[in-house]
Design a protein around this ligand. Sequence first.
Ligand SMILES: [Zn+2]
Length: 114
Amino acid sequence: MEDNFQKDNEMLREKASEFAEKYFSDMSLEDDSIVTKIFYCDENGEKCFSKPHEWGAKLNVHYYWYVVDTLNEGRTGEVDDKTRTVTIAPEYLNDDVTLLHELIHVFEGLYPAD
Ligand SMILES: [Zn+2]
């Protein structure tokens, strides 16, 4: 039981990493990503970050925990930005759409709030 729990969490994490690379590469702070260019400077040139590492860490799905657990009220998945935890309901463990949806929230959480 405990073994499966670990295995499932690991699987989620690996999938999140794979999806991030495949579908969210524009949202990373790699040199060739769209977001990097936006964050370097806004239209007025007022809000500039000279280098991503000066602004903070890279936007990375690895900063989150991935956990399979029962959720309330028929929820399929959720993201807690305070604890940086992505929880996926056991029935949706293999539903890629659920994880992809939650990864959108992860990226929202990784961006500066203002
Ligand atoms: Zn949502």
